[in-house]
Design a protein around this ligand. Structure first.
Ligand code: ATP
Ligand code: LTN
Length: 326
């Protein structure tokens, strides 16, 4: 039996994985693989909180699965599965829904912003409960996410505490794990907004599957600063965001990068940033295409991943059912 603490995270197949998802989440997953019992999920049940084309959704689920592997997750170290394949997620979500206050959900800022762009379904409203389930089902200690998910981690902790107080200590209390650089990568065209894979403007994000020409074009058109500064002192400036991307991919210190490029100007910096991005993306894409060639292999891995996940989630769900009186 593993004595390592459990780490859980996932991305929603609601578009193509972006550089924001990679820097804010997936890169940390890969780094944590040796030190944690990692569980990584393609959260397709989250994706349907907004309207999806069923054919495209199924394609994206497998694209995500292949991308997780291509980014460096390996089934012998981690559990990698597809959320809708494990029915325990729906079961625990109902129980947690019956502990969640309407007012608590109404305070979720992601619902407020998403319901301006999409139909305000009950699923979109209660989606943080499904996320709490994902985390609590596996007795998770650590949840690597970007900054936008911190509020959902707080509600997860509130629900765990409420359940434990009412029914006995069953759930582990999880903590969010944010990267030091890149916890919120911003939109390349509007640095006031986070980079979002479901944005209608493809110039606003870089996906992990963009070609070198697409990356070059998007970075060359990315907003910088009208006065040509590198250190604008403003958190939400375009150049600040590009420097963040550079630092998080190279591991270099921010002031070192600014001092190096300030005398050379934006063009040299952007060319260098393109090289840095492609040095990450090209090998990921090569591995991705390799995995995509053999769909039955992916299906086999996902089946094994799901069996492993269900073995763990059943233990928690059985305790929950017993505790609530089922
Ligand atoms: P959607 O628009 O469909 O909600 P999204 O791009 O916000 O998509 P998610 O699947 O919701 O992506 O997020 C997956 C993970 O990536 C989460 O941990 C989230 O915090 C992180 N993440 C998403 N966008 C960014 C970003 N711009 N910067 C850093 N981390 C991010
Ligand atoms: N809600 C997250 C994706 C997500 C997740 C999770 C992240 C779903 N379940 C559990 C960490 C742990 C989002 O970014 N939309």
């Amino acid at each position: 039996m593993s004595l390592q603490s459990t780490l859980f995270s996932g991305c929603s197949p609601s578009g193509t994985l972006t550089l924001g998802n990679y820097i804010g989440a997936v890169k940390q997953w890969v780094q944590c693989q040796d030190d944690y019992d990692g569980i990584y999920c393609v959260v397709d049940m989250h994706a349907i909180t907004v309207k999806q084309d069923p054919y495209l959704l199924r394609q994206r689920v497998w694209d995500f699965y292949a991308l997780y592997l291509a980014c460096g997750l390996t089934p012998d170290k981690s559990t990698i599965f597809i959320q809708s394949h494990n029915p325990h997620h729906s079961e625990l979500t109902w129980v947690l829904s019956c502990l969640t206050m309407f007012g608590e959900m109404s305070r979720m800022t992601q619902f407020k912003s998403k319901s301006r762009k999409h139909e305000s379904t009950v699923g979109l409203f209660t989606y943080p409960i499904l996320m709490a389930t994902d985390i609590l089902l596996y007795q998770t200690s650590l949840v690597p996410v970007g900054k936008d998910q911190v509020q959902h981690l707080e509600i997860t902790r509130d629900l765990a505490e409420r359940f434990n107080n009412r029914y006995g200590s069953i759930f582990t209390m999880p903590e969010a794990y944010l990267p030091t650089e890149g916890a919120k990568v911003m939109d390349l065209q509007d640095p006031g907004k986070k980079m979002d894979k479901s944005s209608p403007n493809p110039k606003s994000y870089i996906t992990l599957l963009d070609t070198p020409d697409e990356v070059r074009a998007k970075i060359s058109k990315a907003i910088t600063d009208s006065q040509g500064r590198f250190d604008t002192g403003e958190e939400l400036s375009g150049i600040n965001n590009l420097v963040t991307i550079y630092c998080s991919l190279t591991g270099e210190d921010r002031s070192f990068v600014i001092n190096q490029f300030e005398p050379q100007g934006y063009k040299v910096f952007k060319d260098s940033l393109v090289d840095v991005i492609l040095a990450h993306l090209v090998p990921i894409q090569e591995r991705y295409h390799h995995y995509k060639e053999d769909h039955s292999y992916l299906e086999q891995l996902a089946k094994e991943g799901c069996e492993k996940a269900m073995g763990k989630s059943k233990v928690t769900l059985d305790k929950v059912k017993e505790a609530v009186g089922f």
